[in-house]
Ligand binder design. Sequence first.
Ligand SMILES: [Zn+2]
Length: 103
Amino acid sequence: MKKFKYLGLLLILLGILVNFIIPNRKYTIIISIFIVLLGFIIYLYSATKRLTWQCEECGYKFKINILEFILGINVIDTKLLYCQKCHKRTNCKALKLDKTNDH
Ligand SMILES: [Zn+2]
């Protein structure tokens, strides 16, 4: 999944660079925003796949989807997420457990 992370970052960079490579073109800014957004989504997708979250209150470990990742409020190094076991919003810690999934 590390590949996706770098692909996302590369697309964000490319999206910004497009403005310098093709300046004064009518749709350059639209193309640029589109590429940046695409890169951002890929980056977020890889982040959601890589991380496992642990509930502060019950210790339950779970995965979240991209929407929850965007909507979850960051609190320093934790995230306010809906725990599937407690059935309430708790501070959750990010764990990088799936290192073995990196191919
Ligand atoms: Zn919990």
